[in-house]
Design a protein. Structure first.
Length: 202
């Protein structure tokens, strides 16, 4: 039995066949290309992820470098305030400079026997100064700004001819050094009036 198609049906059939052929061609040709596009996109995502990880790592390194620099600066400051050895000569010079700035006479400064504490060593000090009341107060305030960690525990005032006062201070400075053999010394430093430096040890 022959199936006769009308002209209209033949045209529709031809169109359908053509569409099917094009779809088949598209599947055969375009599928590999689509697959390649997917692979490229996946590679781009992986590269983007690597870039983000590298940027994060770089930021961490930069932050670590910055923190290391800040820590080093703080460590230097701590070592100035709490040196690894007594450095009494430089400390006495700093006290003398502070006395000069306050306008008083630093008559003597006596470091005594070092005392071992838990994590540091204490160096007791006896300091004798002379000057006006306001200049001595200025000196005491300036001691708070010393580079070296210093503590004043006692202030004993004795009168001279007003407005001059004589003041004996007892306090301590500190170091990380271990105490050495027992020594007691007296340091008399040069003042603006030209007092000679004298060292005495017993």
């Amino acid at each position: 039995m022959e199936l006769k198609l009308s002209t209209r049906d033949q045209i529709l059939l031809s169109i359908i066949v053509a569409v099917l052929v094009m779809l088949g061609f598209g599947v055969l040709i375009l599928r590999p290309q689509i697959s390649k596009i997917s692979e490229v996109k996946k590679m781009q995502q992986e590269e983007q992820k690597k870039k983000q990880n590298a940027e994060a790592t770089l930021k961490r390194l930069q932050d670590a470098k910055k923190q290391a620099a800040e820590t080093e600066a703080k460590l230097i400051e701590v070592k100035k305030r709490l040196p690894e050895d007594p450095q009494l000569a430089s400390f006495i010079v700093e006290i003398q400079d502070t006395a000069n700035q306050a306008g008083i006479d630093l008559v003597s400064i006596t470091p005594e026997e070092m005392t071992q504490q838990k994590d540091y060593t204490s160096i007791p000090l006896k300091i004798h100064i002379e000057g006006s009341f306001f200049d001595i107060v200025d000196f005491l305030y300036r001691l708070q700004d010393l580079k070296r960690e210093t503590r004043i525990d006692k202030v004993n005032i004795s009168g001279k001819e007003w407005p001059s006062l004589a003041v004996d201070l007892e306090g301590s400075t500190f170091t990380l050094a271990k105490p050495t053999t027992k020594t007691t010394g007296t340091e008399k430093t040069t003042t603006d009036t030209g007092t000679n430096t004298e060292n005495k040890e017993q």
